[in-house]
Design a protein around this ligand. Structure first.
Ligand SMILES: Cc1cc2nc3c(=O)[nH]c(=O)nc-3n(C[C@H](O)[C@H](O)[C@H](O)COP(=O)(O)OP(=O)(O)OC[C@H]3O[C@@H](n4cnc5c(N)ncnc54)[C@H](O)[C@@H]3O)c2cc1C
Length: 393
């Protein structure tokens, strides 16, 4: 049983909520709220799932989250939540629980990798040690990993097709009565409006009078609550309710390859020296590298960054020469200033909630469920106590 703490603020009930931003965070919050009986309006300036969620490495993991124990625990809960969601809606073509391979290219990086693996074992995380030769024999025949290299395999990790998952969650919620307003950006959030209900039972409003959300198409939504799930634009949405949400600037470049006409040369997500690779469904491969991200602000064209990524990938998987680049996109990671999620209500602004985080692929479903519970029940989960919005002013 998850612990909870009581949210300060009004006891006003929430019958209608606008979800601002329909990436993995907004889709997960909205899907869970719909299941809890709230009338949800999904809003997005573009189309659902086509923001950072579609340009992510999309690796579901906690092995890369050892910086703080509470953050690691939240990510482990995120992994478990995926298994539950896949059990509830079916895995379709979005869920790929194929584990994760990782090996290092030099002795210092290898020492770090093995130290982290030992820590993870201490924290009861499943870790399997393999050699390069074993990995080629049992998992991925096409890799150039040296025979004796120690390779860490995390069997419980996965990758997710974020855009398809968002489509499933939004589709299910809409089938259950949720509304959708796509291609319309939120421009204004004002106090008041008739709201969807939420009377305090004595003929008046208790605490706040709901919100009127103005959209770029000239229409407005009257709601009891707004959820800021605008990803990299979250600070702009926060500013509309008078809140300063400090965010980092940390862009990342992702390239998609098409391998149509040749067999897909890899079958799971992996970190190999200098680059990360994973399948992306439909004969595609996704590439990302922190080393290439470091070149984004040097003025290089995204197409050049894509070419560099392809070169690094071919060193690890030579048959990727047969695949061609379809697109390279640069996105800013939605990271609150201290690097951790900002999730929950802001006591000074009742009816306003944040769902803003990096590692949002791993964390979207768990944060969506916990935030929906907080919105409906008025109590936040203990698992989120280190990640409350009020730590930012
Ligand atoms: C290179 C890279 C690699 C990553 N790798 C991983 C990984 O391996 N594992 C992992 O867990 N996470 C990873 N992440 C992070 C993860 O992708 C994000 O945390 C997650 O996708 C954020 O989802 P979101 O729903 O918050 O944002 P988004 O998907 O960007 O959705 C926000 C939505 O808000 C909409 N919006 C913005 N402004 C407005 C407005 N004014 N009105 C209406 N709508 C608006 C946008 O159109 C967008 O659709 C990575 C990120 C990057 C950039």
């Amino acid at each position: 049983m998850e612990g909870t703490f009581t949210r300060k603020g009004s006891d006003r009930s929430i019958e209608r909520a606008a979800i601002i931003g329909t990436g993995i965070l907004g889709a997960s919050v909205g899907w869970n709220l719909t299941r809890r009986g709230v009338q949800v309006v999904f809003v997005d300036a573009g189309q659902p799932g086509e923001g950072v969620t579609n340009w992510s490495f999309s690796w579901v993991n906690a092995s890369n989250k050892t910086v703080r124990r509470s953050y690691f625990d939240l990510n482990v809960a995120g992994m478990a939540e995926y298994r539950d969601v896949a059990g509830t809606i079916g895995p379709d073509s979005w869920w790929h629980p194929t584990g994760h391979l990782r090996w290092a290219g030099d002795s210092a990086a290898e020492a770090d990798l093995l130290e982290t693996a030992a820590l993870l074992v201490d924290w009861d995380y499943r870790v399997e040690m393999r050699t390069g030769a074993e990995v080629r024999r049992r998992f991925e025949a096409g890799l150039t990993v040296p025979d004796n290299a120690p390779v860490v395999f995390y069997p419980d990790e996965a990758w997710v097709h974020g855009r398809r998952l968002v489509a499933r969650l939004v589709g299910d919620a809409v089938a259950a009565g949720a509304e959708q307003r796509f291609g319309a950006a939120v421009r204004e959030i004002g106090a008041g409006g008739s709201g969807g209900g939420g009377q305090d039972g004595q003929g008046g409003r208790s605490g706040w009078s709901g919100w009127t959300v103005g959209l770029s198409d000239g229409t407005a939504l009257d709601v009891d609550a707004v959820v800021n799930a605008a990803g990299p634009a979250a600070a702009d949405i926060a500013a509309l309710v008078g809140r300063k949400l400090p965010m980092r600037y940390e862009p990342g470049a992702v390239t998609r390859l098409s391998c149509a006409g040749s067999p897909l040369p890899i079958h799971r997500a992996m970190h190999v020296p200098h680059i990360e690779l994973r399948p992306d469904g439909d004969n595609s491969i996704v590439l990302h590298s922190r080393e290439i991200d470091a070149l984004i602000d040097t003025g290089k064209d995204p197409a050049d960054l894509g070419q560099l990524l392809h070169d690094l990938a071919r060193a690890a998987v030579p048959t990727l020469t047969n695949c061609r680049i379809t697109e390279t996109r640069i996105s800013n990671r939605p990271i609150p200033a201290d690097g951790f999620p900002s999730v929950g209500t802001v006591p000074s602004t009742p009816g306003y909630y944040e769902a803003v985080t990096h590692s949002g692929i791993t964390l979207g479903p768990i944060l969506g469920r916990l935030l929906a519970s907080e919105i409906v029940d008025g109590a936040g989960a203990d698992l989120l106590s280190d990640f409350r919005p009020e730590r930012f002013g």
